[in-house]
Design a binder for this molecule. Structure first.
Ligand SMILES: Cc1cc2nc3c(=O)[nH]c(=O)nc-3n(C[C@H](O)[C@H](O)[C@H](O)COP(=O)(O)OP(=O)(O)OC[C@H]3O[C@@H](n4cnc5c(N)ncnc54)[C@H](O)[C@@H]3O)c2cc1C
Length: 346
């Protein structure tokens, strides 16, 4: 997804914007059949009406299901469910020779595993079956300040032990503000909003009413602070201010904390992109995510700190499953048993 509107000559693209329908939702078998140009905003609202959600929802609502599959997208629930493509059980693809092919773990597995993350190079996906999970209306968040990058690993590796007797954690992500200061945010589905009509604890900022980064920074000295937010506010929490990209290049009046706090809906990622383009037409900003095995995460963070030393960094652990026949797909890392990788958003 490019925040900048791209223009291509009509004859050089395959326009799939019309394939934007949710074909069916089968709550009984936890599955939705959707066309690729359906956005996650559409899909989340429709499935939530039935008390369900796609197992992985990328953090910007305008990302499409086809785009997320083509780029192996991930987000907070990837700690449990892996990349979005693992939540896809079947696809229909139009290949380069014009054939319409069905692919799943059993039918044409090469195409099925190959298309995930191939950015459209193996064909145009025209239908996807997406696995749904049961959702509650709220997410209860717990903020855990951490000292250094190693703290991310300690937190994530320790989680199965910590939650052995309680409800497991559904969402995990974090932000590093500097080399030795960060925040991990753990979330669990929650059916009640204990703060009644208030959207966050008094005198606190929460992800529902400000930028997520503001909330994380504000709560830094409050170990294990709890807050409950609506599940949609949580899932698309980085839409407001486009992670923290909105601090770059916006006209000063739009940066006021007061405005961020009280008018969050005027700062979605798409608004930021347009405002930035108008204000600084000749400056380019790049948002890059890098995914590394957890074994090399600390070394990689050290490298990033030496150069280019850009903060804040988004941190998102992604579960890697051993059930994918990785030996056949040389682009995938070889692993045995449970492991996880870490996405770093720069
Ligand atoms: C500001 C920003 C923040 C982001 N944050 C995250 C994040 O937190 N987590 C994450 O995982 N990703 C993130 N991304 C990346 C994003 O998930 C991918 O760029 C995704 O591919 C965008 O989907 P889209 O619907 O906009 O697709 P497009 O930009 O339209 O397409 C992306 C690619 O997918 C291919 N494609 C799209 N549809 C199909 C199809 N039907 N068949 C075959 N190929 C297809 C296109 O050819 C293209 O190569 C972010 C991107 C941006 C710009």
């Amino acid at each position: 997804m490019s925040p900048k509107r791209m223009r291509f000559p009509r004859h050089s693209i395959i326009d799939i914007s019309g394939l934007n329908g949710i074909l069916s939702i089968f709550p009984g078998i936890n599955t939705a059949s959707v066309e690729p140009a359906v956005t996650f905003e559409q899909l989340v609202r429709e499935t939530l009406n039935r008390g369900m959600l796609p197992a992985v929802v990328p953090p910007l609502p305008q990302i499409t299901v086809g785009g997320a599959y083509a780029s192996a997208a991930a987000s907070g629930s990837s700690y449990r469910h892996g990349h979005f493509n693992r939540a896809v059980s079947r696809i229909e693809v139009v290949t380069g020779n014009g054939n319409v092919v069905q692919a799943s773990r059993n039918d044409n597995p090469d195409l099925f595993y190959g298309c995930a993350g191939a950015m459209g190079t193996l064909g145009v996906v025209t239908m996807l079956q997406v696995h749904l999970i049961k959702s509650e209306e709220y997410v209860r968040l717990q903020y855990h300040p951490i000292g250094a990058a190693i703290g991310v690993l300690e937190r994530v590796i320790g989680l199965p032990r910590e939650t052995a007797d309680t409800q497991p954690v559904d969402f995990v992500d974090g932000i590093m503000f500097s080399e030795d200061q960060g925040m991990m945010v753990l979330g669990k589905f929650y059916f009640l909003h204990v703060h009644g009509k208030l959207r966050c604890p008094p005198n606190k900022r929460c992800v529902a009413c400000g930028w997520t980064i503001g909330s994380a920074q504000y709560n830094q000295n409050d170990d294990c602070l709890l807050e409950e937010v609506h599940v949609i506010d949580y899932l698309f929490r980085y839409n407001r201010g486009c992670f923290w990209m909105a601090i770059y290049g916006l006209p000063p009046f739009l940066k006021l904390p007061l405005r961020r706090h009280y008018t969050p809906e005027v700062m979605p990622a798409s608004f930021w992109a347009r405002a930035h383009q108008l204000h600084h037409p000749n400056t380019k900003y790049l948002l890059q995510t890098v995914e590394v095995p957890h074994e090399t995460f600390v070394v990689f963070m050290k490298m990033l700190h030496d150069r280019p030393k850009i903060y804040p960094l988004w941190i998102c652990p992604v579960k890697v499953f051993a059930d994918i026949p990785r030996q056949n797909y040389s682009l995938l890392p070889r692993r045995s048993g449970y492991g996880f990788e870490v996405i770093i958003g720069i």
